[in-house]
Design a protein around this ligand. Sequence first.
Ligand SMILES: [Zn+2]
Length: 127
Amino acid sequence: MAEQAGGKAQIDFLCVEDGCGGVVKFDLMSLAQDDFQVLCPKCHKPYQFDAELRGKLLKLKNLITAVREAEPILGDCNVAVAVAGGEVKIPYALLLTRLNTMITLCLGDKSVDFHLWIEPSSADTFR
Ligand SMILES: [Zn+2]
């Protein structure tokens, strides 16, 4: 596996084990490995994701990769939000760095919120 150049996309979620409360973290890019497994740091419950869940998370990875490729123009992109009396422009880069992305997926019979943390591959991107 070739290492992704710069930047990190980290996922974390709360362990589903009752009363554990451990925060399980992993690098989204490592999900592509066939033998991918992550352990809860607190109760050491192993997590292996089924094909469907891996597929969804990999789609998220592709989205991030696409966003990363667009980094050079992100500084010029804005999201317009309609508010009372006008429109507010929010820089796209701000959306990525200041707002947390979250994807809610089913893990077994439980619904789990996966939080996504993105670091730009270049420190110059989000000035
Ligand atoms: Zn746990």
